[in-house]
Design a protein around this ligand. Structure first.
Ligand code: IVH
Length: 672
């Protein structure tokens, strides 16, 4: 950048701003970043240096000044949330990758302080920021950072995270407590496995998974996602604390989840030792961290130091450089997934990275390959970030061998040869041939999996059954017999008998799980259950229109289209009929457990606390023939309101003239 003239700098500044805006959108709104944090921070720091060199080119709109916005609604498949103004702006943190720059930070703070002080050194949790408001000790609102001024109201979703207290007792002051919602690696891996299984794009890393879960789903789904929370900042007017660490200690004593790994350090050298220690220890943590946050502990000193437009002057982040390796790309395989998705996988010259030897890395999709401008024979940078599968983050152009060929993304399925189709929304290529061997085997593996039909077999069995020609379509599983099974390698009467028993047992699996087992794209476990409860019989679903699917709570365009497309196919309807003839449950026969019809035709919304768990109240509604839905509308018959029922639901019911009933009134209706 040195020696750049104003014109050149202007061009570069414009380019960097445009790129950073684009990456902000991918990161904060789509939760699908295309570059690493390190590359992003590098661009941001280049832009800041140029704006400093040419102050006349600075702009109040520059990404160096504005906080990246996570406001939903701009993304194609995110739900709109109500937006609320933050009481105190929610800022980001300045960051650096260099210890020398931390010493500069320390010098600035020390000059302003003119006294001795301590730093609170904390892990930088890699999740998504959250701001919780407590009023009279009760959680009343949860907002995302948004653009720093206005955030999305995700209170309902946040209430499902069990470590966040709803009520902390009668506290005489009101406050906001801020922190991070994150997804531990174990939940992240389970979630991605499930997403792959139903043909949804997996999340790139735990941060995106946490942010995506908080933003796009219904509270029931959020509660299954295994989100965790850690809180690290309390703000309010006239709070009785002198130190940040004291405030956090108080929060911890009142049941808030506070990090156990923070340390008070008397100097930047001590802070540097903490950094060194955690750069190693963080690899054993069950969640992702991307650095260390260093904060002035003395709150009076914090307020003297104040804020810039974007950052506090009393805190900064030291970010860990992702470990990288540089190695030649030998070739690219194109793998067919269970759902027909094609994933390009790079074969690399084996190279050690963070304790393992990396031989293969994902290239995601054709767009990503193009973006990297990758050639066979290139030296490529490989990184293991929060994610487990290493990825290629860049190409070292200076090492490109002469004549290195461009790879050709296949036009046809490498497995069955049928023409590939690109899904523009997901930027992925798909093999649409349902008879493609990999897809067929994938469909069986999904069908037999534990959360689906729970049939006791593994991949090797499915491979053998397929290779022998015994299974091509799902009903073939129910045509297997002892004679066929005894032809499998190593199978004896006992193993074959167990397998047949487990196939027979699958006929008792309830409708919701059977629906999930069919492997309809985008239909996960929860959606399948919701659909089963709503439609009661697959025949009703076969005849349902797109609009009828859309009427179901939490079903949007993508799922409705997928359902219509699935049931339109004659072949699918035939397979369902054959499975039904074998005795599988394609109807919700909970009607058998029906106690009465007193709520037949009634739609009931449940809100608040009751003398029994809410689920039990819902089960009672179903047992008496009623339907339970989540939100009050013109179609609602009763709002069953318990203690602390949602004020919004109450006022909506009043506005729409929906009858509000108490728990006692409910019992008198069902027992009348
Ligand atoms: S303090 C005004 N402490 O990192 C200061 N932030 O890149 C507020 N983060 O926006 C932030 N762990 O979402 C703080 N121990 C920690 C943190 C932390 C993670 C996040 C937070 C912040 C972002 C900045």
């Amino acid at each position: 950048m040195e020696g750049m003239d104003k014109k050149e700098a202007g061009k570069r500044i414009e380019f960097l701003r445009r790129e950073l805006e684009k990456h902000n959108y991918r990161y904060y709104v789509l939760n699908d970043p295309q570059i690493s944090d390190f590359e992003y921070d590098g661009m941001m720091s280049d832009l800041a240096s140029l704006e400093k060199m040419f102050p006349e080119l600075a702009s109040p709109d520059s990404p160096t000044v504005k906080v990246g916005s996570d406001i939903a609604g701009k993304a194609p498949d995110t739900r709109e949330f109500r937006q609320c103004r933050h009481r105190y702006p929610m800022l980001s943190l300045g960051n650096t990758y260099s210890l020398a720059e931390l010493q500069d930070f320390d010098r600035r703070v020390r000059e302003a302080a003119g006294q001795d002080f301590k730093y609170s050194c904390e892990l930088k949790f890699d999740g998504t920021a959250i701001c919780l408001t407590y009023f009279r000790g009760r959680l009343v609102r949860a907002l995302t950072r948004g653009d720093g001024t206005v955030g999305d109201d995700v209170t309902d979703n946040v209430r499902t995270i069990s470590s966040i207290p709803d009520y902390i007792g009668d506290v005489p002051w009101d406050f906001e407590i801020r922190g991070e919602i994150y997804m531990p690696f174990a939940s992240f891996n389970a979630l991605n496995e499930e997403r792959l299984d139903i043909g949804d794009q997996p999340f790139a890393n735990p941060r995106n998974a946490a942010a995506g879960s908080l933003k796009t789903l219904d509270p029931r789904e959020v509660s299954r996602r295994g989100l965790e929370c850690v809180l690290y900042h309390i703000i309010g007017d006239n709070l009785p604390f002198r130190y940040h660490s004291e405030a956090l200690q108080w929060a911890s004593e009142h049941g808030f989840p506070i990090s156990a790994y923070s340390r008070l350090c008397g100097s930047m050298d001590e802070a540097a030792a903490y950094i060194g220690e955690w750069d190693i220890r963080r690899k054993d943590l069950p969640f992702a961290t991307d650095g260390i946050v260093i904060k002035v502990d003395d709150l009076a000193l914090q307020s003297r130091l104040g804020f810039t437009a974007k950052f506090p002057r009393w805190a900064t982040a030291y970010k860990f450089k992702p470990e990288q390796a540089l190695t030649p790309l030998l070739s690219i395989d194109y793998q067919v997934g269970r759902t027909g998705a094609i994933t390009p996988v790079a074969n690399l010259e084996p190279v050690p990275l963070s304790g393992t030897v990396v031989r293969r890395a994902s290239l995601h999709n054709a767009d990503q390959m193009e973006l990297l401008d990758i050639h066979i024979g290139d030296w490529v940078y490989v990184e293991k970030g929060g994610e487990i599968i290493p990825k290629i983050t860049g190409v070292e152009l200076s090492k490109r061998p002469e004549g290195a060929p461009l790879p050709h993304f296949p036009t046809h399925c490498p497995d069955c040869g049928s023409l590939l189709v690109k899904d523009e929304n997901e930027a992925r290529h798909y093999c649409l041939n349902e008879a493609c061997p990999t897809r067929v085997k994938g469909a069986f593996l999904h069908f037999i999996s534990r959360k689906a039909m729970n049939i006791n077999a593994g991949e090797a069995t499915i491979d053998q059954l397929y290779d022998k020609g015994y299974i091509r379509e799902l009903p073939d599983l129910y045509r297997l017999d002892m004679e066929k099974l005894l032809t499998l390698d190593g199978w004896k009467e006992k193993s074959a008998g167990n397998f047949l028993d487990s196939i027979a047992a699958s006929k008792r699996v309830p409708f919701g799980r059977v629906l999930f087992s069919l492997g309809i794209r985008h239909i996960g476990e929860t959606t399948a259950k919701t659909l089963a409860a709503r439609f009661m019989d697959i025949e009703v679903m076969e005849k349902a229109s797109r609009e009828e699917f859309l009427e179901v709570e939490d079903i949007g365009d993508v799922i409705a289209d997928s359902l219509v497309e699935y049931f339109e196919k004659e072949n699918h309807r035939r397979i369902i009929q054959e499975l039904r003839d074998f005795g599988l449950q394609f109807a919700d026969n909970s009607a058998a457990s029906r106690i009465s019809d007193r709520l037949a035709g009634c739609t009931v919304v449940v809100s608040g606390n009751f003398s029994r768990p809410r689920d039990e109240m819902k089960a009672m509604i179903a047992a008496h023939g009623g339907k339970n839905t989540g939100s009050v509308s013109g179609k609602t018959t009763y709002l069953l309101a318990g203690e602390k029922a949602g004020p919004e639901k109450l006022s909506k019911a009043e506005k729409l003239g929906v009858k509000i009933i108490s728990e006692d009134e409910f019992y008198s209706i069902i027992n009348s």
